[in-house]
Design a protein around this ligand. Structure first.
Ligand code: HEM
Length: 229
């Protein structure tokens, strides 16, 4: 649907943030921030392949940058991004439901519903994963043998547990579905949906998804295979 038509069809009360376009822009901008984070996070975790010293030095740097303030600024930005992303998703879903009861064209609905349904489920699973992940590798309550200040040891002993590794792998597959649709949709929101660019958009979404998810899945597998120990 053209952007102008979406704006007119929005179930909002007149403000930009109430319109479906405004919410999609919020989703896309926060999506870029979250996508940037998962990409940099995966690359940072590659330090695990270089051993305990490299990984712990990297973790130490993250915790002490800008005299320890850096990580809190980063956490605040990420928290706001996650909240806005979830709010826009929920709000758009509710708007779509309202619009559906007013009778949209059948074909458009089917395409939109399949994508948004997948996004909703994978989004909720990712939310649960993040809570578990923080308790597992950052604060340690969900870790069997957490050692404060030893990110490498926590990483290795954490993934030596098959159940935890399996959950990480399933969560990364959900991340893959979410990322693919997310990158595809945000490039549409930014106005790059054009027959000339669609192949490029699809290729870009596929490459980043395979790189991020492949990198992340390699960590538990490398520990279980004894490559990282
Ligand atoms: C197999 C994949 C992953 C591995 C091995 C991994 C590893 C880690 C490690 C070791 C830390 C702790 C760093 C420290 O406190 O020193 C951490 C923190 C974190 N991870 Fe991951 N991570 C993975 C995937 C993800 C994903 C997919 C997300 C988000 C969707 C994520 C979000 C976070 C967040 C928010 C933190 C906390 C950062 C902070 O201290 O504020 N991680 N991760």
């Amino acid at each position: 649907m053209p952007v102008a038509e979406q704006y007119l069809n929005s179930a909002g009360k007149g403000g930009f943030m109430d319109s479906s376009v405004g919410k999609k822009v919020v989703m896309a901008v926060t999506g870029v921030a979250l996508f940037g984070f998962v990409t940099v996070h995966m690359l940072g975790n590659m330090q695990a392949y270089m051993g305990a010293k490299a990984m712990n030095a990297y973790a130490e740097f993250l915790h002490t940058m800008l005299h320890g303030a850096g990580i809190w600024v980063f956490r605040a930005v990420m928290l706001v991004a996650v909240i806005l992303h979830g709010w826009a998703a929920l709000s758009l879903t509710l708007d779509n439901r309202k619009a559906r009861s007013k009778g949209y064209r059948e074909q458009q609905l089917q395409a939109a519903t399949w994508s948004s349904r997948t996004m909703r489920y994978t989004g909720v699973i990712l939310g649960c994963f993040i809570v578990y992940h923080l308790l597992h590798l950052t604060t340690g309550q969900a870790h069997p043998d957490f050692k404060v200040g030893d990110a490498y040891a926590n990483f290795v002993s954490g993934f030596q547990q098959v159940g935890a590794s399996a959950f990480y792998i399933v969560a990364q597959l959900c991340l893959g579905l979410h990322l693919w649709h997310g990158v595809w949709s945000l490039t549409q929101t930014f106005g790059w949906a054009h027959p000339r660019y669609n192949k490029l958009r699809r290729t870009f979404a596929s490459v980043v998804t395979v790189v991020v998810v492949g990198g992340n899945i390699s960590f538990p597998i490398a520990v279980l295979a004894g490559i990282i120990r």
